[in-house]
Ligand binder design. Structure first.
Ligand SMILES: Nc1ncnc2c1ncn2[C@@H]1O[C@H](COP(=O)(O)OP(=O)(O)O)[C@@H](O)[C@H]1O
Ligand SMILES: [Mg+2]
Length: 351
């Protein structure tokens, strides 16, 4: 097999709070939010890797840190074999790796026209003559389903879906190989979501793009992903082929996510038991052992004590889950179930 286009190794990103003078005098360590804590995955050339998990689990931080839009706390990211964090010259990487953000309204400068927004990366990297840039912008506008005549319009003059098309055109301007799509349809009307997803798929095929596709909505991810990684509290708890993840989930968190996907028919009795009941623990002080143990219906003593490794699911080397239940002869099976109080007693998110 060829090397992956992107390799993320033990990526860690902590946000450190401002420590006050009093805290320092008292010798207190500055508090940190452990937003991403030891995440590893590959993205193969031409594929879409979906990255899912509840809001706040560290998806955007992962995407932004691997693009080096944020400085990592630890770990490595290899892009086409080069360590992105050690590279002194990011110019080439900045051309080849792009991002499309969730909310095109706040990510596009309201004082710039669509043409200026799309042209900016070409200006920054000094690509083409003025006339060539203009031509390229028009071509990009048309490629994403807008028209060259809309080049002088401002973001507020477009609909939400059109604005996201502008964001996509900008991401395409430098002919990238890799795009982090960070919830690109989450802010859009459902009727528009499918159009944007189709556009992204067409562009992928046409330009041989590789995507890291972030979403909190599993149904969106299923549609577009070849493989899926599931995140919980700063960690990847399961990864595998999309169909496998949906049909044979190996982690209780993935199971719960799948069960909490809103169904079309909610007329009868609604959802009586929310499979993801309970607050998400705070990433400032994540639970010991398996971080999901405070919300897991299968949690036992072993889960509180010990952090699970990545185990093959159903004997497949391409599907892994971080759950002791995947290991036939693990101590887990002999350890007592956790009491209910221990499942909710841990600190909860306070932000
Ligand atoms: N700039 C920041 N400073 C401090 N904490 C942050 C910052 N950005 C995100 N966080 C925290 O890091 C965690 C992960 O956030 P994020 O990566 O945005 O999650 P997601 O994209 O999955 O919703 C959250 O607890 C969030 O509050
Ligand atoms: Mg996010």
């Amino acid at each position: 097999m060829t090397d992956p286009l992107v390799r993320v190794e033990d990526l860690q990103k902590y946000y450190f709070e401002q420590d006050s003078l009093v805290d320092r005098l008292l010798g207190k360590e500055p508090e940190s939010v452990q937003a991403v804590d030891g995440v590893s995955f590959d993205v193969r050339e031409g594929e879409t890797l979906g990255l899912v998990g509840e809001s706040g689990c560290g998806k955007s931080t992962t995407g932004e840190t691997l693009l080096r839009l944020r400085e990592p706390t630890d770990g490595a990211v290899y892009f086409d074999g080069e360590n992105v964090f050690e590279s002194a010259d990011l110019d080439e990487f900045r051309k080849r790796a792009q991002v499309v953000f969730q909310d095109p309204f706040s990510s596009l400068d309201p004082r710039m026209t669509a043409g200026q927004i799309i042209r900016e990366p070409l200006d920054v990297h000094g690509i083409g003559t003025k006339a060539e840039r203009r031509e390229r912008v028009e071509e990009l506008l048309e490629r994403v389903g807008l028209s060259a005549g809309q080049v002088d319009r401002y973001p507020h003059e477009f609909s939400g879906g059109q604005r996201q098309r502008v964001g996509i055109a900008r991401a395409l301007a430098l002919e990238p190989d890799f795009i982090v799509c960070d919830e690109p349809v989450s802010a859009l009307d459902v009727s528009v979501q499918a159009q944007i997803l189709n556009l992204l798929e067409d562009l992928q095929e046409e330009f041989g793009l590789t995507y890291l596709f972030i979403a909190h909505d599993l149904s969106v991810v299923r549609h577009i992903s070849d493989r899926v990684a599931v995140m919980y509290l700063g960690e990847v708890v399961e990864i595998g082929p999309a169909d496998e993840i949906f049909e044979n989930p190996g982690h209780p968190y993935t199971e719960a996510l799948l069960e909490s996907v809103p169904r079309a028919d909610t007329s009868e009795q609604g959802r009586e038991v929310d499979p993801l009941a309970g607050d998400v623990p705070s990433p400032r002080s994540p639970p010991s052992g398996c971080r999901f143990h405070t919300r897991c219906p299968y949690a036992r003593e072993a889960c509180k004590r010990e952090s699970p490794g990545d185990y093959d699911v159903a004997g497949r080397a391409d599907h892994q889950a971080a759950c002791f239940r995947r290991v036939e002869d693990h101590d887990y099976w002999d350890s007592p179930p956790l009491g209910e109080d221990e499942q909710v007693a841990e600190g909860t998110a306070d932000d």
